[in-house]
Design a protein around this ligand. Structure first.
Ligand code: ZN
Length: 403
């Protein structure tokens, strides 16, 4: 596997600047194109799975995190609060408290449950500068998060559905999990003290894992402070593991925020919160994608999907017209003409672009395109419209095969 920090710079995906600070990478246009496609994919699969998206601010009052429990259980990972007009403001360490408040802001009937609330939102972690590098240990994180508010008898279904979303996303992204971990509490005071709730949520997660036939390992000391979780682990080239996706069952925060819905009996009941992240941190997901694919992303994620290579200046107008048609089709395309070197040099420079269209006199004359695929295969000349609709289908289907 590759080192995403090295490739990220070579491929102009992201970088850092000492004046912005370590652990605070910025995304260059090529990296932003990958990230945008990934975020759009996630929003689309969530929409289809019945989630509704919200936006919430990346700051909140200290009091909010005292109620959620983050302040007493998680403050080592939080930035120090900022004093503002007699109040203390905190960069949020998670999105859950905001989503609990959004749920609480409106009355809910049992008919609205399960209520699935999703957001790709910012959060912050005060990583020590010594462990920062690239996109894997960052201080500003874009989290693919969601909370499902539901009755206890729907929790297993929601956990199962979340695991299925994760499985499908991994297929589209071309990544393989290293293992699935059932993360349980360990010794010490890091966890909220409510033994009955821990037992119930652990039993629910275990039941789903057992009935799904997935292989998993139970590990003590890796739970969230408010509940156990299923973690989908990925590994880098050196075999170092990290959690990419997670599904958690939480009885604690609904209690802390006094969440309620009106049941069929007309009285107020407490929902359960299922926390779930398909790709977790966008930064970590892209880092893993870079390492996994060595920069040769699946076509739907590629910064440039189609490159037009006119053989000589004669064909430059035909190449420009082809690029225009690609852009109209919603594809990311550009032209690399003779000013950028010999044809051989331009083909080498475009080696990570999935579709390379060499445009000679013949193609320019008859409105046909001959393709070189990134993996070395060649596709014989065929009408431009046909080529574009085939590429368009592969891209919109989030396929990992090139042709
Ligand atoms: Zn959460």
């Amino acid at each position: 596997m590759h080192d995403h920090r090295k490739l990220g710079r070579e491929l102009d995906l992201f970088d850092t600047d000492p004046l912005i600070g370590s652990g605070l990478p910025y995304w260059l246009p090529a990296g932003a194109a990958v990230r945008h496609s990934l975020e759009e994919y996630i929003r689309e699969v969530e929409r289809r799975a019945g989630y509704r998206h919200v936006y919430s601010p990346a700051l909140g009052k200290r009091e909010l995190y005292e109620i959620s429990g983050h302040w007493s259980h998680y403050s080592d990972d939080m930035f120090p609060p900022m004093a503002l007009g007699g109040e203390q403001m905190v960069l949020r360490p998670s999105l859950c408290p905001h989503h609990a408040l959004i749920f609480r802001s409106r009355a809910h009937s049992y008919r609205e449950l399960p209520l699935r609330m999703a957001e790709l939102g910012g959060m912050y972690r005060s990583e020590l500068s010594g462990v920062l590098g690239g996109l894997t240990r960052v201080r500003a994180i874009q989290l693919n998060d969601a909370h499902v508010f539901c009755t206890i008898d729907k929790v297993a279904d929601e956990v199962r559905a979340a695991l299925e979303l994760i499985r499908r996303a991994y297929r589209a992204l071309g990544i393989t999990p290293a293992r699935i971990r059932l993360s349980l509490p360990g010794e010490g005071g890091k966890y909220v003290a409510a033994p009955q709730l821990w037992e119930r949520s652990t039993a629910l997660l275990t039941e789903v894992l057992e009935s799904s036939g997935l292989e998993y390992e139970a590990v003590a000391g890796e739970a969230a402070f408010y509940g156990p979780k299923i973690d989908v682990q990925i590994a880098d080239g050196a075999g170092r593991e990290a959690t990419l996706s997670t599904v958690q069952v939480d009885f604690h925060q609904p209690e802390q925020f006094d969440l309620g819905y009106i049941g069929p009996d007309g009285s107020r009941h407490r929902p359960v919160m299922v926390h779930r992240a398909i790709i977790g941190s966008v930064e970590r997901a892209v880092a893993h994608l870079i390492e996994q694919h060595g920069g040769a992303f699946p076509a739907w994620l590629a910064p440039v999907q189609v490159v037009a290579l006119p053989v000589s200046e004669e064909e430059a107008p035909a190449a420009a017209a082809f690029v225009e048609r690609c852009l109209e089709r919603g594809l990311r395309a550009e032209s690399a003409g003779p000013a950028q070197g010999s044809l051989g040099a331009r083909i080498r420079a475009a080696r990570l672009v999935p579709y390379q269209a060499v445009i000679g006199a013949r193609e320019a004359a008859v409105d046909e395109i001959a393709l070189r695929l990134r993996d070395g295969r060649r596709i014989d000349p065929r009408p431009t419209g046909e080529v574009l609709s085939h590429i368009g289908e592969l891209v919109s289907g989030h396929r990992t095969d090139l042709w």
